[in-house]
Design a protein around this ligand. Sequence first.
Ligand code: SF4
Length: 449
Amino acid sequence: MSDAVLIPDAVPQRRLTRQALVSWGGNTIAVGGDAPVRVQSMTNTDTADAIGTAIQVKELAQAGSELVRITVNTPEAAAAVPAIREQLDRMGVDVPLIGDFHYNGHVLLTQYPDCAQALSKYRINPGNVGKGDKKDRQFSQMIEVAARWNKPVRIGVNWGSLDQELLAGLMDSNARQPRPRDAQQVMYEALIASALQSAERAEHLGLPGHQILLSCKVSAVRDLIAVYRELSRRCDYALHLGLTEAGMGTKGTVASTAALSVLLQDGIGDTIRVSLTPAPGEARTQEVVVAREVLQALGLRSFVPSVTACPGCGRTTSSVFQELAQDIDRHLRAQMPVWRAQYPGVETMRLAVMGCIVNGPGESRHADIGISLPGTGEQPSAPVFIDGEKRHTLRGDRIAEQFLDIVNNYIQQRWGLHRSQAAHVQSPRSEEDEGASGSPALTPWTHAN
Ligand code: SF4
């Protein structure tokens, strides 16, 4: 190994951005700088329906959305925003609300000051603020409201509503070059220029630079990566990432994950949204679930203990291990709202549920707790590894319940006590302590409630 080459680890180096503060009541969400990458989502209710919108905002917040955007498109919607905020406050939901404005934002933010005040951040699309001389005036009106209320603004460019005057100007100027760039390159440039020029103008109008976030959304993965790499090279505003119109189900999930993962691994992105089209009857909260999974898979944040499970193959004799993996995953997710407060740090726990001895013991040793179920032709026993050591062997038809008990006890022992107390906790007993029935001897661990 003397001439071995050191392999650098793959921890993303976050690009340093200015930090915006998005607040409501006592809840301040820092975005950018050294803050964790934030998860946000958007409602699909009619904002004029204050109760329906407040309920969906609550669902998204409970699923883990740290910021929730609502469309503010009509006078009725603007008038409903304070009622939505009030309803959320009554329910104890202090998630900051972001207002999404297109075409008439200057009118709504000016004529409905209670709406402007109840929102914690505004999203302005520079491609949809008006044409000709109206554009500057209407953009200025919105920025002046934001500066007056001290609200951060995301300048959110979208290629579906790109500023056509800017694009046409860049196309003309490109055509006059001796070696014109291709149309795709000009489109990239137009997206970035629209965001940067608008941000510069907003700062000129009095909005502090740290209160400005940028996004340049497109619907193709490689376009998004190209645009954000260049955008992040040219500025230090906090960046919101998202693949626009990602689509439905597996396609939307994979496309969003592919795009966001590459950029996040490059250290680009301070807040993300996964723009999934829900299938009929599917919960809107799925976009939050996917966004959190992306961040957790990249090791950027931990939200819920992770369960590593093998895919199964011809060596697995039954669906027992699949069911166990599913039961454990469900149990962990269901308990997290309580555990988060009761056992701080539990979200970093790693479990392994494996189908046979080929990779089972090895994977289990790398987890905090792992179980290797018997595959075809193997002894009908399931070794359990805790902190890298084999501690129990489970047998019989109550393996799932026994394993859950072990997990619950481990959580209680490791995260339920202060560190000084935890140091005195006796380590769990070895498999030799187990009774002939195959039930694990859990004492001195006590069963968690
Ligand atoms: S651990 Fe065993 S059961 Fe699971 S995929 Fe590998 S060989 Fe198959």
